[in-house]
Design a protein around this ligand. Structure first.
Ligand SMILES: NC(=O)c1ccc[n+]([C@@H]2O[C@H](COP(=O)([O-])OP(=O)(O)OC[C@H]3O[C@@H](n4cnc5c(N)ncnc54)[C@H](OP(=O)(O)O)[C@@H]3O)[C@@H](O)[C@H]2O)c1
Length: 270
């Protein structure tokens, strides 16, 4: 898709939650280069403001920032507030890594609450809030950045994996529900990626940075390319390949299509 068509389908504004560094900043740079205006969200204002200034100067697009803690009870409301009066055609929910790296019982439950608030509650509420006007307009895109951890529980990747499974399953359902309304939904499942958050966690655990981490710019590029081809894109795998999961993206898509008619019969029409 060329930049003009991308902007027509997903512009004029994109909101990126978790935009200040890593894959979030890569999405921001690439979307700004395509001519989209941006709402950049994270907790730290400094890196957001620097990025916004860089993008305005580089591309002449509009770029505003909002410091929001996505784990706050009213985070989705705050996101809506930040977007007020702007037509958001693309929502990217990028923030989602697990800073805990701990066994379930060896961590205070309050820390797990924070992860669930950000990755489950805010994700679900933001999708609900931003998808509604997209459905009305008959166009738009929703991307939830996920993790290969979504495909099963592992020690030390407990609550994180469970939140990512929630995000995957919800995104698949929304893909099927919103496709007839011209809104694209993608669960973008990443593998290990070279981001500051990931490096920080490895450093804190005394781990060496391994070779072969995915590059954040490459990750962002593929995600934007695959946005119209939901519901799932697994980084590093072709559409019909299954490495991280027992089923490929293509098989998951086919399964949803296959049972859509049965599930639709149980559904109250809005
Ligand atoms: N890196 C990997 O190896 C890897 C592997 C698989 C999946 N993923 C997925 O890829 C996505 C990006 O991961 P990442 O490694 O870049 O780390 P991340 O911590 O999920 O994302 C970093 C960005 O999110 C912001 N952020 C984090 N928590 C936030 C909160 N509570 N409220 C608002 N903003 C918040 C950070 O800025 P502030 O600190 O200023 O808030 C920063 O801009 C995540 O969804 C993660 O699960 C990553």
């Amino acid at each position: 898709m060329d930049d003009l068509e991308f902007k027509r389908r997903y512009g004029p504004w994109a909101l990126i939650a978790g935009a200040s560094e890593g894959t979030g900043a890569s999405f921001a740079r690439q979307l700004s280069a395509k001519g989209l205006n941006l709402i950049l969200v994270a907790r730290r204002e400094g890196p957001l403001a620097a990025l916004a200034q860089e993008l305005r100067a580089a591309h002449g697009t509009q770029c505003i920032t909002a410091t929001i803690d996505l784990a706050a009870e009213d985070a989705a409301q705050q996101l809506l507030g930040a977007a007020e009066g702007r037509e958001v055609g693309l929502l990217i929910l990028n923030a989602g890594a697990d800073p805990n790296g701990a066994m379930f019982l060896d961590n205070a439950v309050a820390n797990w609450d924070v992860l669930v608030m950000r990755n489950v509650m805010t994700t679900m509420r933001a999708l609900h809030a931003f998808a509604a006007p997209m459905r009305q307009r008959g166009r738009g895109g929703l991307m939830v950045v996920g993790s290969g951890a979504c495909y099963g529980g592992l020690p030390g990747i407990n609550v994180y994996a469970a939140t990512k499974a929630f995000d995957l399953v919800l995104s698949e359902a929304l893909w099927a529900e919103l496709e007839p309304h011209g809104v694209d939904v993608l669960s973008y499942v990443l593998g290990r990626t070279d981001t500051p958050a990931h490096r920080e966690l490895m450093e804190a655990r005394g781990m060496a940075v391994p070779a072969g981490l995915a590059d954040a710019d490459d990750v962002a590029r593929l995600g934007l390319e695959r946005l119209p081809f939901g519901p799932v894109c697994n980084w590093g795998e072709a559409d019909d390949e299954a490495v991280m999961s027992a089923s490929s993206a293509a098989q998951r898509r086919a399964r949803i299509r296959q049972i859509a008619a049965i599930s639709a019969a149980y559904t109250v029409k809005g």
